[in-house]
Every structure is written in C-alpha cells, then in structure tokens.
Design a protein around this ligand. Sequence first.
Ligand code: NAD
Length: 265
Amino acid sequence: MSTVSRGAPRTTPGELAGEVILVSGGAQGIGNAVVRAARQQGASVSFCDLDASRVTAAVEAFAAESLDVHGMVADVTDEESVDEWIAAASSALGTPSGLVNNAGRNAYADPTTMTVAEWDDFFDLDLKASWLCARAVVPGMLSAGRGSIVSISSIHAKMTTAGMFPYAAAKAGQLGFTRSLALEVAGRGVRVNAVSPGLVWTPLAEAHYADRPEELASTLAVQPMGRPARPAEIAEVVSFLLSPRASFVNGADWAVDGAHSARFA
Ligand SMILES: NC(=O)c1ccc[n+]([C@@H]2O[C@H](COP(=O)([O-])OP(=O)(O)OC[C@H]3O[C@@H](n4cnc5c(N)ncnc54)[C@H](O)[C@@H]3O)[C@@H](O)[C@H]2O)c1
C-alpha cells in the first residue's frame, strides 16, 4: 500500500468546488478521465488503482497538466485495502462527498466450465467492490447530509452479446445495487446513480480488439454515431451526476452509448 500525492489540492472554481471525490481504477481509461474532469471542475480528487507504477505515472501526468491529484495503490476487491484507501484519502482531502465505482473488467467465460473461483473473482470486482467502497463512504456522507455515488455499469446491463459470460449479470447487478442503495439513503441527502456506457475507446477496449480487427469492424459498423465514445464523454456525465446540479437525479441509470441501445438491429 503506498500513497502518492503532489502538494495540497488547489481550489479552482467549478461546479465541483468543495467536493471530495474518490474514483476507483483511476490510473487509465474512463476512471482516469473522471479524475481529470472532477479535478478540473474544482473537486479534490483521490483515485486508487492496482499497480504502483501506473498510479505514480498517472499522478505525474496529472501534475504535468497542473492538476494535483491524490493517488494510491489499493485493490477494491479487498475490504481492508478499500478501508485503507478511504482513510488515507479522507485524511489527505477531507470527508468524501463523492464516489465513482469505476474499476471493472470484461469477462469471457464458458458458462459450463467456469469455476466457482473464477465466478467469485469476477463478481468481487464487477459488483462486490462497489458495495465495499460505498460501505466505507456512506456513513460520512450521511453524517454530512450530502453525497453522490456513481457506479459505471454498461450497455451490457440491459442487452448483451454472446461470448461475454457473465459480464451482463454483474453489470445488471450494478443497476440493482444502485436502485437498492438509493432507496436506503434517498431521504438523507445522498444520491446514488449509474452510468451505462456503450463502447468507449480505453486501454480495456484497445487490448480486446488488438488482435480482433474483424470484430472491431463489425462493432464499429453498428455504432449509430459511427465511432466509440471518448473517455472524456463519459466523464462529463459522471461529473454532472456528482454535482449539485443533478440534485433530483437519484436511483437512475443514464445511458451514454451514442444511441446504441436505441437500436433494434
Ligand atoms: N471501455 C468500454 O467500452 C466500457 C463500456 C462500458 C462499461 N465499461 C466499464 O467502465 C469501467 C472502466 O473501464 P475501462 O474501459 O476504463 O477499463 P480499463 O481496463 O482501461 O481501466 C480500468 C482500471 O481499473 C483498474 N482496476 C482493475 N481492477 C482493480 C482493482 N481490483 N482495484 C483497483 N483498480 C482496479 C485497472 O488497473 C485499470 O487501471 C469498467 O467498470 C468497465 O466495465 C467500459
């Protein structure tokens, strides 16, 4: 467990000024874009990720953009690691008022040969981790009477494709988690929402399609907007949901998929 930070967080004007926002899996991809957007909007931001060198590289890259960000190595599938991250971030930046459950990965298991260990390993990250992180921050949010939690689900929560078992089950679980938690805390100032992206061009997507040019071509061919999303386009929506401007958005799932889920065929 190590902590990396570059000086005290600056206060910049913006719609997230005064917020303390935590982002899981912020070293790259969508999480990285969320960290940048939240910091640019004036929030103090802490992210965690698995690998020390990637955390350091991301903190340094943000510093090169004049964005002071708190980064830390933590595994969000491990409750002790989560608690250490939240404690370190709270001590560096203050009580968290925002949480983005972003860390996740794809699954490509055969449902008849997948082992229980593989099932548990996958759901630990793509579903249980969101609860572990929420469990650690919700008490502080309830004491403060304000907070916003956003979980990154997927277009796969509602429709999916063969060959990605059981990704859809975990991402649908994220939506159930969102609704369920939202109702537990709705009357006490805390909002809980989900964002469901379609294809986003991140290292995860890049790695998947690297040796599958035909699959990439057919995937792009069915994108109504003719392209994948940029991570920053997902981050814009997450920033809004984190902000007081979204004060009556609660228990919701926002599609950010360029109309892909509007398409029958
Ligand atoms: N890229 C897409 O097309 C797409 C579409 C819909 C939803 N999503 C979802 O968005 C989220 C981010 O996806 P991405 O494409 O940016 O992925 P990515 O692999 O590019 O980035 C994910 C980050 O999470 C980190 N991470 C993984 N396991 C972790 C753990 N146990 N603890 C802490 N950090 C961990 C990784 O190290 C990585 O830096 C995921 O939940 C994914 O399912 C992605």
